[in-house]
Design a protein around this ligand. Structure first.
Ligand code: IPM
Ligand code: MG
Length: 360
């Protein structure tokens, strides 16, 4: 069987990024062998390494590489080396830039509790039981992208960040969240701060308008502060959460940590079509970079997510997910998820176990 060649732009980034991406590439190769798919991968510089080598976190050639690809696989960016740089020379600026330039307005972050890793969470197992939720975060609007400036006020220097949303921006993300809810538990929590913010009042109006088209989906409006609390109190009652950019940034970290295994969680950033950028939820972990001990599973599961959402290769995605489960069930752990740290295995050993467990 020969399949159409799919182009994947690979941005390893900084810290543990390149090493976890290396394991994900082994998984891609294995799916070529097992399922006859064909991938053409090309690497680009992105983040801190791009600042060092090209003087900008998002070089034009990297952006072109991504635009010409069917999907992007990203490791992680950032590190102490660039923390004190000016805004233009920060890895995070590259991340915001790539999201905007590629039109990736929707960020999907699943927080699934892996049964065999329940003990890794800080929450009681009975509270956690059955938790399987997705945070759908608006990614290219709001306070992240509004006008920002300094000015001289009556009391001296002031800083201003503006938060702007238009109806179209809210509608497209909300619609996507309803669509995702329809494929899952048909429950949607829309999170806002409508008791205070005008952008949130607009958000809520749009949600209510779109909801009419999805009578099967049970909708609740939750204020963001209350949502932060409910996520700890009753995490398993959530199915899909949709929210604006900054609330989503905060709540998705909280949701990820509930599972106790941030090293396991993958994410997708999507636009209007099938194109997507896939990356682990965790960061570049500069403290353990280069030691060969990082957990590659989140990046490997990001490949599975890419197969499902961009390529529609569901069989191959299932094969990756089953292999991960099999390896974990057999008791293999990297340091971040191991209870007995002395038995922890390294990055490449974990990658090898997973590709060897993959079946057609
Ligand atoms: C994330 C990160 C980024 C964000 C930072 C690094 C700019 O926290 O992807 O959640 O705030 O969006
Ligand atoms: Mg964040």
């Amino acid at each position: 069987m020969t399949a159409e060649v799919k182009k994947i732009a690979v941005l390893g980034g900084d810290g543990i990024g390149p090493e976890v991406v290396g394991e994900a590439l082994k998984v891609l190769k294995k799916t070529e062998e097992l399922f006859g798919y064909q991938f053409e991968t090309e690497s680009g510089l992105f983040g801190g390494i791009a600042i060092d080598e090209k003087g900008t976190p998002l070089p034009q050639e990297t952006l072109e590489l991504c635009k010409n690809a069917d999907a992007v696989l990203l490791g992680a960016v950032g590190g102490p080396k660039w923390d004190n740089n000016s805004k233009e020379l920060r890895p995070e600026t590259g991340l915001l830039g790539i999201r905007k330039a590629l039109g990736l307005f929707s960020n999907i972050r699943p927080a699934t509790v892996f049964d065999c890793l329940k003990e890794a969470s800080t929450l009681k197992p009975e509270v956690l039981e059955g938790t399987d939720l997705i945070v759908v975060r608006e990614l290219t609007g709001g306070i992240y992208f509004g006008e920002k400036f300094r000015r001289e006020g009556a009391q001296g220097e002031e800083a201003v960040d503006t938060c702007v949303y238009n109806v179209q921006e809210v509608e497209r993300i909300v619609r996507q969240a309803f669509d995702i809810a329809m494929t899952r538990g048909k429950r949607l929590a829309s999170v806002d701060k409508a008791n205070v913010l005008e952008t949130s009042r607009l958000w809520r109006e749009v949600v209510n308008r779109v909801a009419v088209e999805y009578p099967e989906v049970e909708l609740e409006h939750v204020l963001v502060d209350n949502c932060a609390m409910q996520l700890l109190r009753r995490p398993s009652s959530f199915d899909v959460i949709v929210t604006e950019n900054m609330f989503g940034d905060i709540l998705s970290d909280e949701a990820a940590m509930l599972t106790g295994s941030i090293g396991m969680l993958s994410s997708a950033s999507l636009g209007e079509g099938s194109f997507g950028l896939y990356e682990p939820v965790h960061g570049s972990a500069p403290d353990i970079a280069g030691q060969g001990i990082s957990n590659p599973i989140a990046t490997i599961l990001s490949v599975a997510l890419m197969f499902r959402l961009t390529f529609g290769y569901h069989e191959a995605a299932a094969s990756i997910e089953a292999a991960v489960k099999e390896v974990l069930d057999a008791g293999h752990r990297t340091g971040d998820i191991a209870v007995d740290k002395s038995k922890a295995i390294g990055t490449t050993a974990m990658g090898d176990l997973i590709i060897n467990a993959m079946k057609k």
